[in-house]
Design a protein around this ligand. Structure first.
Ligand SMILES: Nc1ncnc2c1ncn2[C@@H]1O[C@H](COP(=O)(O)OP(=O)(O)OP(=O)(O)O)[C@@H](O)[C@H]1O
Length: 301
């Protein structure tokens, strides 16, 4: 299989992802991300976890060199992605998904050829098989999920060393997504490459990530090896601290708890912030939130 080849020449630096006290402010002066320091090793598979608006896309776009970070705060494969270029870095996000050509009357073979399919025939054929693509499809006459599969194959044919994925599997059916995730996993197992993946969909992800990054309001609240972070979830569950319905994975329980706590930290949106005098906002569980009497100092103690 093509993916068993180590496609990165030996002279290349290892595909690591590093941020050093990274802070980014949008042109309108609003806060993007603040003081983020991460070090993700080669062959890691990292999940970026966080509520809507936590800063995942902002971070991925900075890593992809699509926004200018302060000098010295980002190193992808030991290079600054904005100034040193993007050799080996593939970023698949919204712009790429919205590319209009994949909705025109064009054939799959032609599309795959246009992104270098003929230069990597074994990889092309492997992706076509993994993503269950019919190469006789015409792109104006396929379903959303079929189109997404072709787009994924197009984006992944060239052998990247760092892959930055901003939730692009939403349209895949459960089986296709699990096949795709399995393929990504194998890539990091058989060659030097690194994946950072922002997603809200945790199905089929139990056991997939090597690292987790928990983002909240532009900051990283915690990050590290997934196994160690999941142990914490086990301890909380053992103390009866489950927040979701039975049947969630350990990862699912951990993420539910993180997001509940984040919402509690953030508090209600301003238009919902006013509770009755002497009451405070509190999330009580799945689907449960509201105002409760503020505790007096003695009661808090
Ligand atoms: N161009 C911009 N200018 C100013 N603020 C922005 C801009 N783009 C995003 N933001 C803000 O930055 C914050 C983080 O956005 P970002 O898209 O990184 O979040 P996210 O974690 O990817 O969210 P989601 O899970 O909804 O995709 C949001 O509050 C958003 O409103």
């Amino acid at each position: 299989m093509a993916s068993s080849l180590d496609l990165a020449p030996a002279s290349q630096p290892p595909p690591t992802v590093q941020t050093i006290d990274l802070t980014y402010t949008f042109p309108d002066r609003s806060n993007g991300v603040s003081h983020i320091s991460l070090s993700l090793p080669s062959r890691s598979r990292t999940l970026l976890i966080g509520a809507n608006g936590a800063g995942k896309t902002t971070l991925l776009r900075l890593l992809a060199g699509k926004r200018l970070a302060p000098r010295g705060t980002i190193k992808v494969s030991d290079m600054d992605p904005f100034t040193d270029g993007l050799a080996g870095v593939t970023y698949l996000g919204l712009e790429w998904v919205l590319n209009a050509i994949v909705r025109t009357d064009i054939g799959v073979e032609e599309l795959l050829r246009s992104v270098g399919g003929d230069s990597y025939p074994a990889r092309r054929d492997e992706l076509v098989a993994v993503l269950d693509i019919d190469t006789s499809w015409r792109m104006h006459a396929v379903s959303d999920g079929e189109r997404r599969r072709v787009q994924l194959a197009m984006g992944l044919i060239r052998p990247w060393t760092v892959l930055l994925l901003d939730e692009i599997t939403v349209d895949l059916d459960v089986w296709s997504r699990s096949q795709f995730l399995g393929w990504l996993r194998r890539e990091t197992e058989v060659r030097e490459c690194t994946i950072v993946y922002a997603t809200h969909i945790l199905d089929n992800l139990a056991g997939w990530p090597t690292h987790l990054v928990h983002m909240h309001m532009g900051t990283v609240k915690g990050w590290g090896e997934a196994d160690a972070m999941l142990k914490e979830a086990d301890e909380v569950a053992a103390k009866g601290g489950r927040v979701g319905p039975e049947g969630n994975s350990r990862l699912g329980e951990l993420v539910l708890r993180w997001l509940r706590d984040d919402l509690q930290d953030r508090g209600p949106r301003s238009q919902n912030a006013r509770g009755p005098e002497g009451w405070s906002y509190r999330i009580t569980g799945i689907g449960g939130y509201g105002f409760e009497p503020k505790l007096g100092k003695e009661e808090e103690a």
